[in-house]
Ligand binder design. Structure first.
Ligand SMILES: C[S@@+](CC[C@H](N)C(=O)[O-])C[C@H]1O[C@@H](n2cnc3c(N)ncnc32)[C@H](O)[C@@H]1O
Length: 200
């Protein structure tokens, strides 16, 4: 049995996220995940969404654990991780009709999140869907005291980390042709925001 890294959070939130993705990615054939982490979401979601190909990606340092999860899962529609650092990655244009990323925006710096939106806007086909899950502020307001505490902990750990503001992200995304279409309230005070790339 391969040694696999394990994230309890990725187990807890998988079912509610999958319920949303089943709907949002129903017409997708090629989905890129940015920041696959351990790879747990990737194997769970690809196994269920068997009408599409799931492309994992992350910084190089996470590839071995993602590959271990893929090897153990025996799921056919999942691809080995691409090397994607959103600050430097140069993905081909219009390559995916869906992009998914979870719990990444508060780990990346604000500049890197801007880079991610530019990358997403380039890599998505016209009409493609971007699903971003995690904790966010809205108009500078925390939705719970626990998210405010979490934000303080992150900034203590690294001043470049911290919860991002959804309205600011929407403004940045719109500059690159991504319109926010839906916003799902998720368990544990998280949100799942859905953007669509303009049709051209
Ligand atoms: C908290 S983990 C979330 C992992 C997984 N998506 C999940 O929900 O369990 C944050 C992920 O963001 C990735 N990440 C951080 N900075 C990044 C960057 N500049 N480009 C791409 N991924 C990045 C990390 O490597 C890590 O896998």
């Amino acid at each position: 049995m391969t040694e696999r890294a394990f994230a309890q959070a990725a187990v807890n939130n998988a079912a509610p996220i999958l319920e949303v993705l089943r709907h949002e990615f129903r017409d997708c054939t090629e989905v890129l995940e940015v920041g696959s982490g351990t790879g747990q979401h990737a194997v769970t979601f690809a196994a269920d969404l068997d009408h599409l190909q799931w492309q994992t990606s992350d910084l190089d340092e996470n590839h071995a654990v993602i590959e271990a999860w893929i090897a153990d899962a025996g799921v056919m529609n999942i691809r080995a991780p691409l090397s994607v650092d959103v600050r430097t990655a140069d993905l081909p244009p219009d390559a995916y009709d869906g992009i998914y990323s979870s719990n990444t925006a508060h780990i990346m710096s604000a500049d890197a999140v801007r880079d991610m939106l530019v990358l997403v806007a380039r890599a998505l086909r016209p009409g493609g869907i971007f699903c971003l899950y995690g904790p966010f502020t809205k108009g500078g307001r925390f939705n719970t005291a626990s998210n405010e505490r979490f934000d303080r902990q992150l900034r203590r750990r690294d001043p470049d980390m911290g919860l991002r503001d959804l309205l600011a992200l929407e403004e940045q995304a719109a500059r690159h042709g991504l319109e926010r279409e839906r916003l799902y309230a998720m368990p544990a005070n998280n949100l799942l925001a859905v953007w669509r790339k303009e049709s051209g």
